[in-house]
Design a binder for this molecule. Structure first.
Ligand SMILES: Cc1cc2nc3c(=O)[nH]c(=O)nc-3n(C[C@H](O)[C@H](O)[C@H](O)COP(=O)(O)OP(=O)(O)OC[C@H]3O[C@@H](n4cnc5c(N)ncnc54)[C@H](O)[C@@H]3O)c2cc1C
Length: 411
C-alpha cells in the first residue's frame, strides 16, 4: 500500500511531522528503527524533558548554512505554538530552572506517551523495527527499503532520522551517511553539547570539582564565545553546561586540526582589582601565621588550591606573607585566565546534539530538498543545533511542523 506521506524516524521531529500531516487528513505512515517511538525523548532534560524555553534569542540556535531559513522555520512555529500543541495533547507545562518549560509531571516519559496517544488518535500507521537502509525516487513518490528488504512507499517523504548524537537512542547516523554518499549536500557533522578532553596532566587531581566559572573560546574565525555557569572538572578534561554551550565551536575547529585553547575565569563575579585586593589582604596582612595553601582556604576548592599553586610555581607550605609580587600576579592570572588545551571531544556517544547535517541552502523555506519534489527533512538531521535549554527540541517541533504542513499542501 502506498501512503500520502511517509515519515522516516519516530523521534521528536518525526512525531510532530506525522501528527501535523495527519491533521490535514492525509494517510500517514511512520517508520521507526527502534521497537518503540520517541526513545530519545525519554532521556531529555535528565528524564524530565525540557521541551521548549520562554526565551527565544537568536543566539540560542546555530547553523553554518542558512541563518535566515533557520529563523523563518523557528518563527513559523514559536514556543507558544509548542505550548498550545502540548496543552492540546494533554501535557501541562511548568517553568523550571529559569525559563525552561517542562511537563508538569517532570516526567519525559509522559511527553513520549502523549505523542503516542496523539499518533493513535490520528490513525497514523506505525511500523517499528524498520531500519530504513535506502530511500529512492519511485514512480509515484519515494520508496523506503529496510535492512531486511521490507519496503513502503509514499507520495511524499519526510526524513527525520536524527543526527549522530546519543546513537544508542537510534540516531546512529547511518541515514545521514547514506544521504551524503548519495550526493545530498551536507555540512560536516561534529558532536555538540559535549564534554571536552584536555591535554594538561592536572585533571586527575581536579576530578569532581564543580565551580561557577566563565568559560571562553576564540574560534578560528576570531569570534569569542563564552558562557557562565557550573563548570565540572572530569578526569579527562572539562564538562558542565558552560562547556556544552561552547563545545560545537571547538568541535568544528578540532575537525579542521586547529589548536583549541579554552580560557576559564574562575572568579567571573570578581574584577581583577577586587581579586588583587582580596589576595593581598590574605597573603600580606593575614599571611604571617598561614602557609600559601592555608591563605587560599575559604576562597577556593581544596583541589583547585593544590593545582593552582603548582601551576603558579608557588610552594604550598611556605609562609604566605613571603609571597613575591610576581607570584601573586601569577596567582591572579590563573584565577582569571586559567587556560586548558582541548585535544578532543568525548564524541557523539556523550553528546546531546549534532552540529552540521543537511545543508539548509539545499532545502526550500518549507524544508523540501531542491530537485527532489516531495522530499523533506526535519529535526537534528538538518544543519541546525541549539544550546542547552529546550532549544533542540523546539527546533525538532518547528521543523517537524513545517514539513508535516508543507508535505500536506496540494500543489
Ligand atoms: C541525553 C540527552 C538529553 C537531551 N535533553 C534535551 C532537552 O532537555 N531539551 C532539548 O531541547 N533537547 C535535548 N536533547 C536533544 C534532543 O533530544 C534532540 O535534538 C531531538 O530529540 C532531535 O529530534 P529528532 O527527531 O531530530 O531526532 P531523534 O530524537 O534522534 O529521533 C530520530 C529517530 O529516528 C530513528 N531512526 C534513525 N535512523 C533510522 C532509520 N535508518 N530508519 C528508521 N528510523 C531511524 C531513531 O531511532 C529515532 O527514533 C537531549 C539529547 C540527549 C542525547
Amino acid at each position: 500500500m502506498s501512503y500520502d506521506i511517509m515519515v522516516i524516524g519516530g523521534g521528536a521531529a518525526g512525531l510532530m511531522a506525522a501528527c501535523t500531516a495527519a491533521d490535514s487528513g492525509k494517510e500517514v505512515i511512520l517508520l521507526e528503527a527502534n521497537d518503540s517511538l520517541g526513545k530519545k525523548i525519554l532521556s531529555t532534560g535528565n528524564g524530565r524533558c525540557n521541551f521548549t524555553n520562554d526565551y527565544m534569542g537568536e543566539e540560542c540556535f546555530r547553523t553554518d548554512s542558512d541563518h535566515q531559513k533557520m529563523k523563518h522555520i523557528l518563527e513559523s512555529f514559536s514556543k507558544d505554538d509548542t505550548l498550545a500543541f502540548f496543552e492540546k495533547m494533554g501535557v501541562c507545562p511548568k517553568i523550571r530552572f529559569g525559563t525552561g518549560y517542562y511537563p508538569l509531571s517532570m516526567q519525559a516519559s509522559q511527553v513520549r506517551d502523549a505523542f503516542c496517544y496523539a499518533i493513535k488518535k490520528r490513525n497514523i500507521t506505525v511500523v517499528t523495527n524498520f531500519k530504513c537502509k535506502t530511500i529512492t525516487q519511485h514512480a509515484s513518490g519515494y520508496k523506503a527499503v529496510s535492512e531486511e528488504g521490507k519496503s513502503f512507499t509514499g507520495t511524499k517523504c519526510i526524513i527525520a532520522t536524527g543526527g549522530l548524537a546519543a546513537p544508542k537512542s537510534g540516531s546512529d547516523g547511518a541515514m545521514f551517511h547514506f544521504l551524503k554518499a548519495s550526493g545530498f549536500k551536507t555540512k560536516d557533522v561534529v558532536p555538540a553539547l559535549v564534554p571536552l578532553k584536555c591535554k594538561e596532566n592536572f585533571f586527575k587531581k581536579l576530578q569532581g570539582v564543580r565551580w561557577e566559572s566563565q568559560v571562553s573560546y576564540k574560534n578560528a574565525e576570531g569570534r569569542c564565545i563564552s558562557n557562565q555557569g557550573e563548570l565540572q572538572f572530569t578526569k579527562e578534561g572539562i564538562s558542565g553546561i558552560p562547556v556544552f554551550q561552547i563545545s560545537r565551536f571547538i568541535a568544528k575547529d578540532l575537525l579542521r586540526k586547529k589548536s583549541c585553547v579554552v580560557q576559564i575565569d574562575l572568579y567571573p563575579d570578581f574584577s581583577q582589582e577586587t581579586l588583587q585586593k582580596l589576595l593581598e589582604m590574605r597573603f600580606y596582612e593575614e599571611g604571617w601565621y598561614k602557609t600559601n595553601r592555608e591563605a587560599l582556604v575559604g576562597l577556593m576548592h581544596d583541589k583547585l588550591i593544590d593545582v593552582i599553586l603548582q601551576e603558579a610555581g608557588i610552594p604550598s607550605e611556605q609562609m604566605a606573607s613571603s609571597i613575591s609580587e610576581g607570584q601573586l600576579r601569577s596567582l591572579i592570572r590563573l584565577c582569571k585566565k586559567f587556560t586548558v588545551t582541548v585535544t578532543d571531544t568525548k564524541g557523539f556517544e556523550f553528546s546531546q546534539t549534532t552540529a552540521g547535517g543537511i545543508d539548509l541552502s539545499s532545502v526550500s523555506s518549507e524544508l523540501e530538498y531542491v530537485g527532489y519534489p516531495g522530499l523533506y527533512f526535519a529535526g537534528e538531521i538538518l544543519d541546525v543545533d541549539g544550546i542547552c535549554g529546550g532549544y533542540n527540541l523546539q527546533w525538532a517541533w518547528a521543523s517537524g511542523y513545517m514539513t508535516g504542513r508543507s508535505a500536506s499542501d496540494e500543489r
